[in-house]
Design a protein around this ligand. Sequence first.
Ligand code: ATP
Length: 896
Amino acid sequence: MNWYELRGDQVEERVNTSVATGLSEGDVKARQAKFGKNELKETNKQSALVLFLSQFKDFMVLVLIGATIISGLLGEYVDAIAIVAIVILNGILGFVQETRAEKSLQALKEFAAPQVTVRRNGNWIKVASKDIVVGDVIKFSSGDRIGADIRVIQATSLYIEESALTGESVPVQKKEQAINGSHIGLGDQENMAFMGTMVTRGSGMGIVVATGMKTAMGQIADLLQSAEVMITPLQRKLEQLGKILIVLALGLTALVVLLGIYQGHNMYHMFLAGVSLAVAAIPEGLPAIVTVALSLGVQRMIKKRAIVRKLQAVETLGCASVICSDKTGTMTQNKMMVTHVWSAGELWNVNGKGYEPVGEFFKGDKVINPTTSRSLYQMLTFGYLCNNTEIINRKKEFILDGDPTEGALVVAARKAGITRESLATQYEVIHEFPFDSARKMMSVIVKDRNGKKYVVTKGAPDVILNISNGVLWNDQLRVMTKEYKDRIQETIHTLGSNALRTIAIAYKPLPQTARSVTEKDAENQLTFVGIQGMIDPPRPEVKQAVQECREAGIKTVMITGDHKITATAIAKQLSILPEGGRVLEGNDLTNMSVEDLEGVVDDTYVFARVSPEHKLKIVKAFQNKGHIVAMTGDGVNDAPAIKSADIGISMGISGTDVAKEASALVLLDDNFATIKAAIKEGRNIYENIRKFIRYLLASNVGEILVMLFALMLTLPLPLVPIQILLVNLVTDGLPAMALGLDSPEGDVMKRKPRNPKEGIFARSLGWKIISRGFMIGIVTLIAFVITYNQNPNDLTYAQTVAFATLVFSQLIIVFDCRSERSIFHRNPFQNIYLVGAVIISACVMLAVIYYPPLQVIFNTVSIKARDWLLISGLAALPTFLLVGALFSKKKEERNA
Ligand code: ATP
């Protein structure tokens, strides 16, 4: 079927739909049931069984399983079964962690999936791209990613970039007419929009003719299945560290085994002890726990309305030192309302509430009838004419359908009784040059009742002033002189200093004979009519967020297409712009090289009247100065800057698909304060990862050292293999996971941003691990030696006491790991998951020590009450001794 050969009405008929009303929900359900979802199939997905089995593919785990089989053959059934059980439990834990991580990443993908504007039952609604079916009527505009194969039936300056499909990166202009020919390539099907391609300019509407694997993209989908592996720098570093740790752990266990054999211990027992030790000491679970911590953090970010698209952003967020944020909608509410209209030296005020089209016009403090002033009425009429936005009255609420700036102009016009219908009786819009933020204006060509054609343009006043050679003054056309220019500039200044966003309106008649008018021809030699000024109040929470960022060592920079004066006024209100801070304009940037900009960028807080291409320069200049830059954006042209920023941020509500796809973070509410919340969460996640690395490694060091020290002192082994494995499963696993869920320390947003080059063991983490691990080893050994000396004939009793001391010293030190400072800086009961994990671990240990059937398996005996005094005293020692030492060191430093 060559859809491009059919006319629009033929397509409607063929797929049984109506452009006027779209499909009904019933149609959609039936078609979905029959043809399935609009999705490309994923081919290389790992099955659950493979994932589960992969938990056992670690070399040391395999050796352990082999050793267990041998011990089974040697008749040590209990040991063998217990070890197998623990190994399986460990595997299950790893499997659960990995599937959890996988699931939350999957959920994220769905969260970030693109939406499509579709006509259903006559209404335009937004649905997930996967829910559209053949016959759906879809509307799309600049920045949208096309969600299915569509026959275009309406195109307004519509350009689509199809490189994903054809390799051709120059956008193709699309049209509506049918094309003749039976073998036309995809690149030449100019009335088709294909799944996966993106709209770079203009807007259009069309009918879906193919979905899912039936689309042109679906046909080549197999080629595209390059499974994107999301691995963050931290995960990579940990992977490298893991390798080093394996060598280290194996070296040390080999030492333990050789020492043991040399001292005459049973060779087979030493071998099993060595393998168990290796399994326990190798932090094979670390990458999985890190992924879980990252993805749980990501879930928390969703609750704070920030969606992470690239996992590594979670880490980079904690390093951000500059946030470059758009003003409109991100720092302000984007709920615009026209309050001032100026034309030919006259100023009117308008009142009202939000988008409700009810309000009065004033001249000074006198209410006036807007229809009696010709220039005011013309300003309002033109503002509505050159406009694609509507205000819809739904259940007594006035809802904006379109762009807020345009919405404000619509509402102002409707307050004067002008409606779309009344306009339509006087003017017909025959062509449109859509708004884009590089030109900062938009124009329409209209024909009035007498067949006369005009260009009507609206846009940034300074830009419009530049292309106007006339001005409408008291209903008369005058040449634009310096005096008029000064008056207009003065007005821009006055309105801007009141933080008003300004839009100018201009027009020009076109010669009757003018046929096709280009954008360039239309947008020059205009007649300036006037300016409308609108409020866009700052979001109330932004000022505080800017302040908190400052305390966290993060600079906030405002980047806006708006006028310098307006931007400055709002930046001052939000305390972004300090006394003496610099404001640069797009024009300045055009003339500056990146190196020039580097020289001033540190004092600059506001960039006004910038175009999207300036943003890239700004990012580069800050990066060259050593900053980690977060940059927001929403349009197609913002994508390069978003991509090259360290953290590209896009807007969930107003952002285009292209911007979203380029970004690492999407703000669901478009709100600046959400960036701050995400940074805080990012810092916390990193700290939590540090916390459990510290805990896990310190515990492992302790386990190895106690064995090593005992053998060096020619003592019997203080722990038996099965005990070591249990410690690894219960005490290490659960509390470490709970640390990943910890809340941030109170001062997390009072610290400077983290240096991205900092290693895992930076900020004395390495020292903390070794000193704590050393202490755990020593106290366990002391407990063992004391008890063994008291009961030289009862090795099992001494081993049980050593086992208890090891476990409880770990369960105490875990609370110290919650703080970068010390255990006393945090309420230990605040993290209920940790308290729960510690209680569970402690109960398991007590059961193993006191429950007779478990005693047989784990080689334990009941510990006498008085020995608990010894155990608890020694177990608390590593935490408190080191904390004490730390305090005295701090004191010394302070005194010095
Ligand atoms: P930010 O970058 O902070 O979001 P912005 O929304 O002001 O700022 P742009 O959308 O690039 O940035 O707008 C730049 C200027 O273009 C505005 O100050 C306004 O004068 C003008 N403008 C904005 N929207 C329209 C529109 N729909 N039609 C005509 N002119 C517009």
